[in-house]
Design a protein around this ligand. Structure first.
Ligand code: HEC
Ligand code: HEC
Length: 397
């Protein structure tokens, strides 16, 4: 006791304090060196953020149980396709993350589901998942106008409502060669009107039996707004559950931001919804090069649920996340070997060329992207559709 006391002299206390101060500065330097380690959720939230728990809904298309139900029936019913063999669900199937697991979708005349699907007519691009498309266009501040939500790899149409009718017109996806584009809507409306169950369902959903393309689109869009998954480990971590992500995933999240991925893959959907030229090589299955809107720029895709939606990129040319990371590494090193032969390295978006890639963090970034998976979306498959046709089209080979 006495001995201890004797140490606490004013002079010793001063020395002790000086040591403390030195230690403090040393420690802060060490922390500073771990440049840009975001350990506060508030800092990260300005760059990447959790999804809201509800879909944004436009005033002009409020949701109702009846409308959602009708939308689900239409989504699964191949009656909407020219030769009655393809439904939306053929290429956007819950067992395949509401995509189709193919590099390029196989449309009319095809048989089978996902990797098993065979057929000669390919839709020119990789199918997006429909899960969370309700949030397309959302900004970091959760601003989103569902009527102005970008759709497709080239943002060529806005809103789920406007998108829903386009596959019907597409010769490769649903129309086929038996009917002309300008006949599609009349033929489909006639077919639906001949089915009493549909007349009743339109009556329940919209208050009148009359069937129009506007109502078809609204019902499908309402159904799609129920297909959301907003509770990934990342979402839970950001909402306060510090144990929701592993240490490796937290490191990966920091690396994702520091390397520069979030420059394009930012916000709650991990997309800026802008077009960027990465120079992904052409898919050799296509008869000609796909330059998108002319500059080989495609929309930044969401990184949510990637484990369910391989292969990747607008033409499915990358089969794994490892391959995607290799590709970014090459670009950032100024190496043109892996890019589209129609482009030179200077055509590639500077934000991709400026990525600060580092082999040491690749695994962590991949682990972080897996923290963006939430497989708990609605996977209900109807047992039958009002037309009596095959549920989901010819998906059983
Ligand atoms: C033959 C396969 C096929 C069928 C059938 C099909 N789609 Fe798609 N879907 C695709 C492909 C491929 C894309 C990407 C096309 C592009 O971006 O150019 C896509 C894109 C979409 C998108 C855009 C998502 C986004 O984030 O931009 C939505 C929404 C969608 N489809 C809904 C539907 C609906 C609703 C139907 C039925 C009316 C349907 N699809 C029928 C293959 C298909
Ligand atoms: C310049 C903007 C930009 C930057 C920076 C960027 N990406 Fe991308 N990312 C895109 C675009 C655009 C695509 C689609 C390109 C295409 O299909 O042609 C894409 C595609 C992807 C895909 C495929 C997703 C799918 O569903 O097909 C993954 C995974 C991905 N990026 C991860 C990353 C990671 C990880 C980083 C950082 C190392 C990163 N991205 C940096 C814009 C960017």
């Amino acid at each position: 006791m006495d001995k201890i006391k004797s140490y606490i002299t004013p002079r010793n206390l001063l020395i002790f304090n000086i040591i403390l101060i030195i230690l403090f500065f040393l420690f802060s330097c060490v922390v500073d060196e771990e440049e840009g380690f975001f350990d506060s959720v508030t800092e990260i939230e300005n760059i990447i953020s959790p999804l809201p728990e509800y879909s944004p809904v436009p005033d002009s298309n409020e949701m109702s149980a009846e409308k959602i139900d009708l939308g689900r029936q239409l989504f699964w019913d191949p009656i909407l396709s020219g030769s009655k063999d393809v439904a939306c669900a053929t290429c956007h199937h819950p067992d395949k993350g509401y995509a189709d697991a193919l590099d390029l979708s196989i449309g009319v005349g095809g048989i089978g589901l996902g990797e098993q699907r065979i057929g000669n007519i390919i839709a020119g691009r990789n199918a997006h998942t429909v899960v969370n498309t309700a949030f397309n266009g959302i900004t970091i501040n959760n601003q989103v106008n569902p009527l102005d939500a970008p759709m497709f790899w080239d943002n060529r149409t806005m809103s789920l409502e406007a998108q829903a009718l386009l596959p019907l017109l597409s010769k490769e996806e649903m129309r086929g060669v038996t009917i002309e584009e300008n006949q599609v809507y009349d033929i489909i409306i006639n077919r639906l009107e001949a089915i009493p169950q549909y007349k009743a369902a339109f009556q329940d959903a919209f208050g009148t039996e009359e069937i129009t393309t506007d109502k078809i689109a609204k019902a499908i869009a309402s159904f799609e707004r129920t297909l959301i998954a907003t509770n990934s480990p990342f979402d839970r971590y950001m909402r306060g559950d510090a144990s929701a992500m592993t240490d490796q995933q937290v490191n990966g999240m920091n690396a994702f931001i520091n390397v520069g991925c979030a420059e394009c893959h930012g916000g709650p959907m991990f997309s800026d919804f802008q077009l960027h030229t990465l120079g992904v090589p052409d898919n050799p299955k296509l008869p000609e090069t796909d330059a998108g809107t002319g500059t080989y720029a495609f929309r930044t895709p969401t990184l949510r649920n990637l484990s369910l939606t391989a292969p990747y990129m607008h033409n499915g040319m990358h089969t794994s996340l490892e391959e995607v990371m290799d590709f970014y590494e090459e670009i950032s090193e100024g190496d043109a070997d892996m890019i589209n032969t129609h482009l030179s390295i200077n055509n590639i978006d500077p934000l991709a060329r400026d990525l600060d890639m580092d082999d040491d963090v690749t695994d962590a970034i991949i682990a972080f992207m897996k923290a963006l998976n939430d497989p708990n979306f609605n996977r209900t498959i109807p047992t039958n559709v009002p037309s009596g046709l095959l549920v989901g089209g010819h998906i059983n080979n």
